[in-house]
Design a protein around this ligand. Structure first.
Ligand code: HEM
Length: 223
């Protein structure tokens, strides 16, 4: 990579671009993951078969490496921009203007919702990806019974409460993230700003509610 590109990527605007792009990759991932999870309503065989098809595709390793790379970039650039903000803000303003106060409040909530989402993600992978391996057979093919593990977890109120808390934070993080990444990428115009805001809200509500449908269904309907 040339020196110029490296210098650009480590500049404030370069880091903002990296944050926006890596955030948008994860924004798309969570939508597809949420839609895949809704197959739980179609029953155990289809849910297990979907998971089996996904994890037995060799491209999964590439996708997983991409997700790790993008979340790593997103978290490190987010933290470095936050630290830069903390260092420069007090010297910029003798009295913090109202708009800057609003921005700092929003970025403060982003760093916390982002950190909790990261903790959630690690625990989530330990619970499901690396959790108990039950076996089942669908159409003569032996595969992991991930359905059984999901039902087992969400039969417990502690899991449902933790997922509810985290998915509300994921929704808020997505909402702020979608709006600010559009702005970073130059997709902003006074005419369309309220439409972009509406899109951000709709997207994050659909994702959070779609994810939450699974623990709520398991706990309240199947339990
Ligand atoms: C109620 C909500 C959720 C449920 C029921 C759920 C379910 C699952 C299950 C069962 C797996 C294991 C898939 C397998 O190995 O076959 C998984 C993996 C994963 N989940 Fe979730 N998930 C939820 C929410 C989330 C959220 C909010 C995120 C991101 C913020 C997320 C990110 C991931 C990632 C990155 C993987 C690993 C994918 C891979 O390496 O192939 N999940 N999830």
């Amino acid at each position: 990579m040339s020196q110029g590109i490296l210098r650009y990527l480590s500049s404030t605007i370069g880091r903002k671009y990296l944050m926006a792009i890596s955030g948008l990759v994860w924004t798309l991932f969570v939508l597809t993951h949420m839609l895949g999870n809704l197959l739980i309503f179609a029953g155990s065989d289809l849910y297990n078969f979907y998971s089996y098809k996904l994890i037995s595709n060799p491209l999964i390793y590439l996708a997983e490496a991409g997700l790790v790379l993008f979340i790593g970039l997103h978290a490190t650039t987010g933290i470095s921009l936050k630290l830069r903000n903390m260092r420069t803000k007090p010297s910029l303003y003798a009295v913090t203007p109202k708009s800057a106060k609003g921005a700092s409040l929003s970025s403060k909530s982003m760093i916390w919702s982002g950190t909790i989402t990261l903790v959630f993600l690690v625990l989530h992978l330990i619970t499901f990806k690396y959790g108990t391996h039950y076996d089942t057979t669908v159409d003569g093919i032996q595969m992991r019974d991930i359905y059984k593990l999901v039902i087992e977890c969400f039969a417990q109120p502690g899991y449902v409460a933790w997922y509810t808390f985290c998915l509300i934070l994921v929704g808020l993080h997505l909402y702020h993230g979608v709006a600010s990444s559009f702005q970073t990428l130059g997709i902003s115009h006074p005419k369309f700003n309220s439409a972009i805001k509406g899109f951000g809200w709709a997207y994050s509500i659909v994702v959070a509610v779609g994810f939450l449908a699974v623990p709520f269904y398991v706990f309240f309907v199947k339990g």
